[in-house]
Ligand binder design. Structure first.
Ligand SMILES: Nc1nc2c(ncn2[C@@H]2O[C@H](COP(=O)(O)OP(=O)(O)OP(=O)(O)O)[C@@H](O)[C@H]2O)c(=O)[nH]1
Ligand SMILES: [Mg+2]
Length: 655
């Protein structure tokens, strides 16, 4: 076997990248001025975190959208009108202008959307246009635009503990709005989108990153009358955690349109005099109740956050690196070694909001769904005589005898093809998945009410068979109009022949609505009774299981690795989560780090395995992100077989 030599060709990985491989990219502009905002100097000196004196929790409270409305209880006398279902008196025709329906709230979200509708007059008259509009079907993965910063600068939080406006500057222009486009189910069917103004902000993609651990430090105690004071380098602080918390005052994912990146603070570095760094600031991302969380590109659901106050630890912060005081031992009383802090994990997450309503009102556009909601609850949804008045789901609370309530959701109208993305329905059908019962509102004055009902049923079945299995009642609406009144008997007979419970009503005159809603309430009670037996068996949900899983992966044993060989470039690749973490935490500034690294490679069996597989003098060995050269030495020489490559004066190869 031969002797050590230092490899002097260019390496694949620069050592800077090795020590912090995910540092921010520098702008191509020499002055590093942001192209979006010329006043923003991308190389500005970052602020040093003052985490020591701040609360450990950094709370983000995004401004809530107004997509849905929660309301007071309606007066009981609303239901005191004589029932249409019991009486047989033919109704008088009413003018729509006389109708006592709730006008839309001028300041509501719906109103704002309507105002924007008016700009495009065609939308109002021809809803077929929705099918023509084509959204960008491919979600453009945002390349994270990052700036070159040094280790300390990862924290960009101001003294109040809030993140400074960098992200907002980048995303406020709306170009990077991170809403997901839905996918067509069948091959060959083009994915359809709806104009951005009409989208319900019930899907978002966010980036979260736990804080990096602070670095440990090498220091020695120097004090008068204390000769040989010994090592006194403190450990780095732990990085901040990332939490998701349910906030009952938020009702949409709209806030994530303005801010996409959420980073916890990094731990402070250790200092001399055995002073450990402080912990990085945690970050709490607030989400509305009913949020489902997935890892981007993965169908598996990580979390379901349902009730206000629930908090889930998603990414734990990185461990702080140890200072040299921690390495003191009998054989080495003057250790010149300290670790880098462990990098905080990062993740792109997909958030999806599913309303938590008991009953969902579904039906074709313009059937009178919103009118029904406005009558049975104190909700004030937009109502107008054209399709797609409702662009976002509305919630209302219906009270029964002041001791039992149920939440009812009015959803945008469903068109034929909604399950493939036509119209607006597909965007919202998922909201009905959590409902226990459905109310189908059918426009009795339409030409073929039965076909209209069948078309909506078909859409539900195509979207999800489970949805179609939910119990439902049919509410035949607009009985005050003569054409609806005439068709009612026929419609009723046909549906009852199919075993479907059918009611008639005039939502605008508030007649028959009480019966409909009582029937829906009965279905809800029955479904609750049926589910009661299962509830007892469900274990309390562990909301920290994502963090536990992440920690388990991270704490993989160091001797758990795989070796592969590329015979074109004579390169051996040693891959293992434990080894990778070890390489990342090794601080190559210190000579003892090199020795320890070589020792660990020996101890965990990497060298032995390489020899067994036939490694030869001069072969390249890549461990984690570190590139080295193999040298043959006799085992008795005490010399290490692998030598690091380095061309960076800050990270010398120790001889
Ligand atoms: N005559 C009559 N008109 C009604 C009745 N119910 C609703 N309407 C009218 O039908 C039109 C549509 O009502 P909406 O409640 O907005 O219908 P929708 O199903 O919510 O419609 P989208 O939100 O567009 O899907 C409005 O002009 C209502 O005044 C009714 O019982 N009788
Ligand atoms: Mg509506």
């Amino acid at each position: 076997m031969a002797s050590i030599s230092t490899f002097t060709t260019s390496s694949f990985f620069s050592l800077q990248a090795i020590s912090r491989p995910k540092t921010r990219k520098s702008s191509p502009d020499p002055n590093n001025v942001s192209p979006k905002n010329p006043n923003v100097n991308r190389n500005r000196k970052p602020k040093v975190q003052k985490a020591k004196f701040k609360s450990p929790l950094q709370t983000i409270t995004p401004t809530a959208g107004e997509a849905t409305s929660y309301n007071r209880l309606p007066p009981l006398e609303d239901f005191a009108v004589p029932s249409l279902n019991s009486g047989s008196k033919p109704p008088e025709e009413v003018k729509l202008s006389d109708a006592n329906v709730v006008k839309q709230d001028s300041g509501s979200e719906s109103q704002r959307f309507r105002t924007e509708d008016v700009i495009d007059d065609n939308l109002r008259v021809d809803y077929g246009r929705f099918e023509v509009f084509e959204g960008n079907p491919h979600f453009e993965e945002e390349e994270e635009e990052e700036e070159t910063v040094n280790d300390k600068s990862v924290n960009s939080y101001n003294s109040d503990g809030f993140y400074e406006g960098e992200e907002l500057e980048e995303f406020a222009d709306g170009e990077n709005v991170n809403l997901l486009d839905f996918e067509g189910e069948e091959e060959g069917v083009k994915e359809k989108g709806v104009p951005a103004v009409m989208r319900c902000f019930d899907r978002a993609k966010i980036y979260v990153k736990a804080g990096d651990g602070g670095n440990g430090v090498v220091a020695f105690r120097r004090e008068k009358f204390v000769p040989l004071g010994g090592p006194s380098g403190g450990d780095g602080g732990k990085g901040g955690n990332v939490y998701l918390e349910v906030d009952g005052s938020i009702n949409s994912l709209l806030p994530f349109r303005n801010r996409v990146h959420y980073r916890a603070g990094r731990g402070a570095h250790g200092q001399g005099s055995s002073m450990d760094g402080s912990k990085g600031e945690d970050i709490v991302v607030k989400v509305p109740p009913g949020t489902v969380v997935r890892e981007a590109g993965n169908e598996e659901v990580l979390l379901e956050l349902l009730s206000p106050g629930q908090r889930a630890l998603v990414l734990p912060g990185g461990r702080g690196g140890r200072g040299n005081a921690a390495f003191k031992c009998g054989s080495n009383k003057v250790p010149r070694i300290a670790e880098n802090g462990e990098e905080g994990l990062e993740m792109w997450m997909e958030l999806e909001l599913k309303l938590v309503a008991d009953v969902g009102i579904v039906g074709a556009p313009n059937a009178g769904k919103s009118t029904l909601l406005s009558v049975i609850s104190a909700a004030q949804p937009a109502i107008a005589n054209y399709p797609f008045t409702t662009l976002l789901p509305n919630l209302g609370v219906v009270s029964f005898d002041y001791d039992s309530t149920m939440v009812v959701a009015d959803l945008p109208g469903l068109l034929e093809g909604a399950h493939r993305g036509f119209g607006l329905g597909h965007e919202f059908l998922r909201h009905t998945e959590r409902c226990s019962a459905l109310v189908h509102v059918v426009d009795g004055s339409s030409q073929q009410p039965e076909f209209e009902f069948d078309a909506v049923r078909l859409e539900l079945e195509m979207f999800s068979p489970e949805l179609a299995e939910k119990p439902y009642v049919v509410a035949y609406n607009k009985m005050d109009l003569p054409e609806a009144y005439e068709n009612w008997q026929l419609f009723k007979e046909k549906l009852e022949a199919r075993g479907i419970q059918t009611f008639c009503m005039s939502a605008v005159k508030r007649e028959g609505t009480h019966e409909v809603i009582c029937a829906a309430h009965k279905l809800l009670q029955e479904s609750k009774e049926a589910n009661k037996s299962f509830e007892g068996w469900t274990n309390p949900v562990d909301l920290n299981h994502v963090a536990d899983m992440v920690q388990r992966q991270r704490r993989a044993p160091i001797n758990d690795f795989e070796i592969s060989f590329d015979n074109v470039s004579n390169t051996w690749q040693v891959v293992g989560a434990g080894l990778q973490r070890f390489v990342q935490m090794t601080n190559w500034r210190y000579k003892d780090s090199d020795t320890r690294f070589q020792h660990v490679l020996d101890a965990c069996g990497v060298n032995k395995s390489l020899l067994k597989m036939g490694v030869k003098e001069g072969d390249t060995v890549i461990v984690g992100e570190m590139e080295m050269v193999w040298h043959d030495y006799p085992e008795s020489s005490g010399l290490s077989n692998v030598k690091r490559k380095s061309f960076d004066p800050r990270w010398p190869v120790w001889k």
